[in-house]
Design a protein around this ligand. Structure first.
Ligand code: SAH
Length: 395
């Protein structure tokens, strides 16, 4: 018997609008005893069927919806969704590109598989579960990836150990599902070479979401002196240096990240006199910048993980951006980002407005930046729009 979840009156409204999350506080009654990962049906207060989703016991989201229609949730459904996701990337020119071998195949809610991230590096797909239901379905998902790609993907690596809730962390081990593949490799992004390690790197090994923004930085880098803060693998730095920047400084607080930058600098044959690493805390370093830069990139990790930390995050963005606005030379450009889901583009812009007022400098927005097309946003799930950025010219 399928478990049925009944919602409190009026709490069905967001589901009627196809928002894919059911919060624990919206549940009135549970008919059955569901456990983590079970597929359950969700009903309005009076019993009307609303859809089916994956149940999860801990955390504030109790059900992640997989369908708003009355059809079964089975291997076939995942195969259909991943085949469509693959076709979308193919239509975007990412699958057969000679210049780019790195793309996101599945962006969770944006591809109608909540909790499921799949990143592709050459012939390897890296699967990352953010919901226990997805982890339980990993074998089916891996097969669906191989089938959807018609042999283009050869290996599927599961990298879910650090993204599931606490109680599962110790039980889940990363590793290949099925055939064993490599642990790392060198891959192209718009013709730039990157060494990527999905076994020990951050997230799935690379921040694919900044691909088009890195390209934009490349377009304005010639002849410029650039500071790339929170640089991780040095993605922005490599584009800037290969596009003719006179000097690029890559700053991160992690030595492991800077080692990766050095590796990528060598891979791309960037002369050592045009690039240097700085190991420092970005906020401290920007307080009193020892050098003048034409362009400063600010790409910090998410300052807010949820609504409870939003206020502090806003203060953090204001402080960080305020330092850069104060210090950059006249006519300089700041490329600034927030990847916090709870910071909307409007809040981010208002935060920069507050920083500009504080610093007393005139600023013009010369570009509005966002996540690329392989990180689609489900229109019913605005939270999926997590990466936002602004290109600012400071007078
Ligand atoms: N811009 C990168 C992704 C940034 S990820 C890209 O294009 O790939 C965020 C990075 O910020 C991580 O490498 C982390 O080590 C670094 N970091 C976190 N806190 C920091 C701090 N206070 N100062 C400097 N770097 C920091």
């Amino acid at each position: 018997m399928e478990t049925k979840i009944y919602l409190k009156s009026k709490k069905d409204q967001s589901l009627v609008r196809r928002h894919p999350w059911v919060f624990s506080g919206a549940i009135k009654d549970v008919e059955g005893q569901p456990v983590d990962g079970d597929i359950v049906s969700v009903h309005a207060n009076k019993g009307r069927f609303l859809g089916r989703g994956m149940f999860s016991m801990g955390g504030s989201i109790s059900v992640r919806m997989l369908s708003f229609e009355d059809h079964p949730i089975d291997t076939d459904l995942f195969k259909r969704r991943l085949t469509r996701a693959w076709e979308t990337r193919k239509n975007l020119g990412l699958v057969d590109s000679k210049e780019t071998q790195i793309f996101r195949l599945c962006h969770a809610e944006g591809d109608q598989i909540p909790g499921c991230i799949i990143d592709v590096y050459g012939e390897t797909a890296v699967l990352q579960s953010h919901a226990i239901g997805i982890y339980m379905l990993r074998e089916e998902l891996a097969q669906a990836i191989l089938d959807a790609s018609k042999g283009r993907i050869k290996y599927v690596y599961d990298r879910s150990a650090d993204t599931l809730s606490k109680e599962y962390k110790d039980q889940v081990k990363n590793g290949y599902i099925g055939e064993q593949g490599p642990d790392q490799g060198i891959f192209l992004e718009h013709g730039h070479k990157f060494a990527i390690d999905w076994v020990s790197g951050q997230k799935t090994g690379f921040f694919i979401d900044q691909r088009e923004n890195r390209r934009i930085l490349g377009e304005i880098s010639a002849g410029k002196k650039i500071l790339n803060t929170f640089c991780y693998t040095g993605g922005f730095s490599i584009y800037a240096a290969l596009s003719g920047a006179t000097l690029v400084h890559s700053l991160d607080s992690s030595q492991k990240a800077l080692d990766l930058v050095e590796k990528n600098v060598k891979l791309n044959e960037i002369p050592s006199e045009r690039h240097a690493c700085i190991k420092a805390d970005a906020v401290e370093y920007l307080k009193d910048l020892p050098e003048d830069y034409d362009i400063i990139v600010l790409d910090p990790p998410a300052f807010a993980k949820g609504m409870h930390s939003r206020h502090n995050a806003i203060q953090g963005y204001k402080r960080l951006n305020g330092h850069a606005i104060r210090q950059i030379k006249p006519g300089g450009i700041i490329m600034t980002f927030s990847c916090s889901q709870v910071i909307s583009p409007q809040i981010f812009r208002d935060t920069l407005l507050a920083a500009a007022i504080n610093e007393g400098r005139n600023i013009r927005i010369i570009g509005q930046l966002h996540q690329p097309a392989d990180h689609p946003i489900n229109i019913f799930h605005p939270e999926g729009e997590y990466l936002k950025g602004l290109l600012l010219e400071v007078e």
